[in-house]
Design a protein around this ligand. Structure first.
Ligand SMILES: CC(C)(COP(=O)(O)OP(=O)(O)OC[C@H]1O[C@@H](n2cnc3c(N)ncnc32)[C@H](O)[C@@H]1OP(=O)(O)O)[C@@H](O)C(=O)NCCC(=O)NCCS
Length: 375
């Protein structure tokens, strides 16, 4: 008999070698490596290699991948013109979704081509360009010049450089790079599943990744990190936390950055982000953001037995780095592009169309059409 699972909870939709989310243990594994083992020991580009090739690179392979990513950064002129002409108040996630889709227009190949080398090249191109697109839109919407692409900076550093026009300091780079590592993949989360469902029709990589960006944007998924900082700003002070959360819970509203479909214990990415948030807020002399966050987490655990997720502390990390609020989710998207593209490649390697069934609860069959004038 067919099983109905709302939200596909507990359903195993396919196999993957890329990552494992162990909800009861609070573990996240990328290709055999625990996230606690990777965080702080490898850079984002090493994780990109791990996800695309199933193993960490040696020094030569890492240099080669970094060079390839740097080589792909230049955007097509038409895309740069579009970024300059884009409405200034567009949400950067909408801009990312549109621009990744536009990249497909500039691909000279056959879009439906499913050869591995062609799609690996596309994965490289999207992963390299998505940060440039995001940062250029930020500059353009502020009426600022678009800094020239540089080839001497790694991915996280290059994004920060393009956002500000200045070479970033080592601590900001280390922090963002670690955030990229922590966000790079997460098994069949909603956006990755969107990408896999999409590519399972044998559409193209650009369509799959733009669909994933649209899915990530939602507040129940990646959009939650922007929701967290807006909530913290709305609360304003540690003294107001208890009453604010009590009011929200009484109104049955969700607290952003709290709860998870799979993790029933603490999200293993949260402690890493919390540590970074504590350090950065101390250095900035603004401990209130982390104090408020800790109090919210404490109340939510006590009242609802729900833990903080990846978006909860990342919000304070990005805020402390001076990242604009509407760029919190785009940073998630930039990092997750590694995972999305790896999943697209994995799906293509052993594809079967995703086509679940539904439980029909509409009117009984057999109705007859009443002619239009008589209805
Ligand atoms: C992540 C999330 C969508 C998982 O949802 P889910 O597995 O479908 O769980 P549900 O939304 O069905 O929630 C189950 C119960 O917990 C409550 N709950 C879950 N997350 C909550 C939150 N953040 N704040 C308040 N209550 C929450 C629900 O209200 C529900 O309570 P009920 O049974 O009394 O109605 C959910 O926890 C959420 O919306 N979190 C906030 C958004 C967020 O941070 N998203 C990023 C996830 S990484």
């Amino acid at each position: 008999m067919a099983v109905t699972s709302r939200g596909l909870e507990g359903i195993v939709a396919a196999e993957t070698k890329l990552s494992d989310v162990r909800g009861q243990e609070g573990k996240l594994i990328y290709c055999g490596y625990d996230i606690d083992e990777l965080a702080g020991q490898v850079c984002y580009e090493e994780v990109v290699h791990l996800l695309w090739h199933g193993r960490l690179p040696n020094a030569r392979e890492l240099d080669f991948l970094k060079a390839e990513l740097r080589h792909e950064r230049e955007l097509p002129h038409g895309l740069v013109d579009f970024l300059r002409a884009c409405p200034k108040d567009a949400h950067p996630m909408d801009v990312l979704r549109t621009c990744v889709s536009m990249l497909g227009l500039y691909d000279s190949g056959e879009l439906g081509e499913d050869a591995l080398d062609v799609n690996r090249r596309r994965a490289l191109s999207i992963t390299s360009k998505i940060g440039v697109i995001a940062a250029y839109f930020h500059r353009a919407r502020q009426g600022q010049p678009l800094p020239p692409i540089r080839h001497d900076l790694d991915e996280a550093a290059h994004f920060l450089y393009l956002m500000t026009g200045e070479t970033p300091g080592p601590e900001a780079v280390r922090t963002l790079d670690m955030a990229y590592v922590l966000h790079a993949d997460h098994s069949f989360n909603a956006s990755t599943f969107t990408a896999r469902v999409s590519i399972s029709t044998l559409t193209d990589m650009y369509s799959a990744v733009s669909a994933a960006i649209g899915s990530l944007k939602g507040p129940l998924h990646g959009g939650a990190n922007e929701g967290v900082i807006r909530m913290l700003k709305e609360i304003g002070s540690l003294e107001r936390v208890d009453s604010y959360i009590a009011e929200q819970l009484a109104m049955k509203r969700k607290i952003m950055g709290i709860g998870h479909r799979v993790y029933k214990v603490l999200d293993p990415r949260a402690p890493h982000l919390k540590r970074m948030a504590v350090k950065l807020t101390q250095e900035l002399g603004e401990p209130k953001w982390i104090q408020m966050s800790e109090r919210i987490a404490e109340i939510m655990l006590r009242e609802k037995n729900l833990h903080a997720n990846v978006d909860f502390y990342s919000a304070t990390v990005y805020y402390s780095l001076g990242i604009p609020l509407d760029y919190f989710t785009p940073i998630f998207a930039i990092a997750r592009t590694a995972g999305w593209t790896a999943h697209v490649l994995e799906q293509l390697a052993d594809n079967r169309l995703f086509r679940p069934s539904s439980d029909y609860v509409g009117l009984p069959a057999g109705k007859k059409v009443v002619p239009l004038p008589e209805r």
